[in-house]
Write a protein that binds this ligand. Structure first.
Ligand SMILES: Cc1cc2nc3c(=O)[nH]c(=O)nc-3n(C[C@H](O)[C@H](O)[C@H](O)COP(=O)(O)OP(=O)(O)OC[C@H]3O[C@@H](n4cnc5c(N)ncnc54)[C@H](O)[C@@H]3O)c2cc1C
Length: 426
């Protein structure tokens, strides 16, 4: 096998950007991609629209990550900023628009067009792309990488970990970029392969947990009927032992298994972290702009002739309103004149914290990304080179980075990929 200057393992957002940048700087670069196409997660991102970045001052964008993640990705994000990522797209014909919340999307195109532009960059910089080329191991001698092994392509990617597979072919290279992503959506080829090799090479792996995932609840059968119904602009709170552990404002979608939508995704990482420590319950504040006393005052001022159900249904679908009213033990056709003081207080309490249920699990494989991965203090944030193995560069979701919903994760993958490619080429 002719020797490449740089081998990139994984053709996702980080790997593509790394390969492009290394090729642009004159390195002979090969991408080894396990599946039969590049950028599968880019294609499904943002519901097929691809929320390509998050607009706004870079420091604000960085603050959306956890503190250690912010510190780690800051140098890379200044090297390839959110606005430069968008420019890379718009220069090649992508029209974009920015939502009021800062999320940048293609205007009249889709994730396919985003991927086509990225592949165009790859072609331009002379990168060789090898599809159906699953890497099964990284070789290092005396603390420096010497190349990688590929094996047989798996018949089905789902759940297939490329660890103990037969080593078929050696690809020599003294610079290797590890960009195998996380382990959610395993059908995309992302089955966490990189963590096993990194561990074997001396890296620590921060325990991998769900992030940006739906939350499954222990649902009563009557609650399953709510599947597909949403609550708009509520605050969802997670509690453990009565103490609030996470909250998120936005929409909440009921599903067959529990809840999803921006609020559920927003709290899912913290819920997954706390779950091993005991029960976590969820509740929704239906009137987040009002204090508890203000809600009670409002209920007090409702006409005594009004029935309870329609008043609650002003804030949510009638099916949900009926369930909330039944939860506090009030007949739905009662009028406010028939509500005693205790029931009125219970109604106020339910509107400020409607109990949604106890969490059963947060399914890691359904998350838009995973938290955990290769420990950040073992990688140089200026170059993305491993502090354990010379010539090994690490970028994207395989690292212990997980941003919120909003274009942050692609931003982190593109920026760390760019710097890994640049450093490897030098
Ligand atoms: C449904 C969904 C929607 C999302 N929407 C958005 C969004 O709108 N905006 C946003 O910012 N983020 C979004 N994300 C998150 C974002 O897509 C990921 O964080 C990002 O793609 C990570 O990039 P990566 O290059 O590190 O990994 P990936 O893009 O996952 O790429 C890793 C690549 O490595 C390959 N690979 C794995 N193992 C091997 C092996 N052994 N040999 C060779 N190749 C291998 C995989 O096949 C894959 O192609 C979404 C994710 C999902 C699942």
């Amino acid at each position: 096998m002719s020797k490449s200057d740089v081998i990139v393992i994984g053709g996702g957002a980080a790997g593509i950007m790394a390969a492009y940048r290394a090729g642009q700087l004159g390195a002979r670069v090969t991408i080894l991609e396990k599946t039969s196409r590049l950028g599968t997660k880019i294609l499904i991102s943002g519901g097929g629209k691809c929320n390509v970045a998050h607009d706004g001052p870079l420091e604000e964008v960085l603050r959306a990550f956890r503190k250690n993640e912010t510190q780690f990705i800051r140098p890379a994000c200044y090297r390839l900023t959110n606005r430069q990522i968008v420019s890379m797209m718009t220069e090649r014909g992508l029209n974009v628009y920015t939502r009021p919340d800062g999320r940048v999307f293609p205007l009249d195109q889709t994730a396919k067009d985003v991927l086509a532009i990225l592949v165009g960059y790859l072609e331009e910089s002379g990168v060789e792309v090898r599809l159906d080329s699953p890497v099964v191991g990284i070789e290092a001698v005396d603390g420096r990488v010497t190349g990688v092994y590929t094996g047989e392509p798996p018949e089905a990617h789902s759940g297939y970990r490329m660890r103990n597979a037969e080593r078929k072919q050696f690809w020599p290279a003294d610079r290797v970029i590890l960009a195998t992503g996380g382990s959610s959506y395993p059908n995309c080829g992302t089955t966490g392969d990189g963590w096993d090799w990194a561990r074997d090479l001396g890296h620590s792996i921060v325990p991998v947990r769900a992030s940006l995932a739906p939350i499954y609840l222990n649902l009563e059968p009557s609650r399953v009927e709510f599947s597909g119904v949403a609550l708009r602009d509520v605050v969802v709170r997670a509690r453990q032992g009565g103490k609030e552990i996470a909250r998120w404002r936005g929409d909440l979608l009921f599903t067959h298994q529990g809840v999803s939508g921006p609020t559920a995704l927003g709290i899912s990482r913290v819920v997954a972290e706390f779950l091993p420590g005991g029960d976590v319950s969820l509740e929704a504040d239906i009137l987040p702009d009002l204090k508890h006393e203000e809600v009670l005052a409002r209920l007090q001022s409702v006409s005594p002739r009004s029935r309870v159900l329609p008043v609650v249904a002003e804030h949510m679908a009638e099916r949900l309103a009926a369930a909330l009213v039944s939860d506090i033990g009030v007949e739905p056709d009662r009028t406010f004149a028939q509500l005693d003081r205790k029931s009125r207080n219970r109604l106020g309490e339910a509107l400020k914290g409607w109990k949604l249920g106890v969490v059963r699990t947060v399914p890691l494989e359904k998350g838009e990304c995973v938290a955990g991965g290769i420990a950040l203090d073992e990688v140089d944030p200026q170059t993305l080179e491993s502090r354990k193995v010379g010539g090994l560069f690490i970028c994207g979701e395989v690292l212990d980075i997980a941003g919120p919903v909003g274009g942050y994760n692609l931003q982190a993958a593109f920026a760390t990929g760019y710097v890994a490619g640049e450093s490897a080429a030098r």
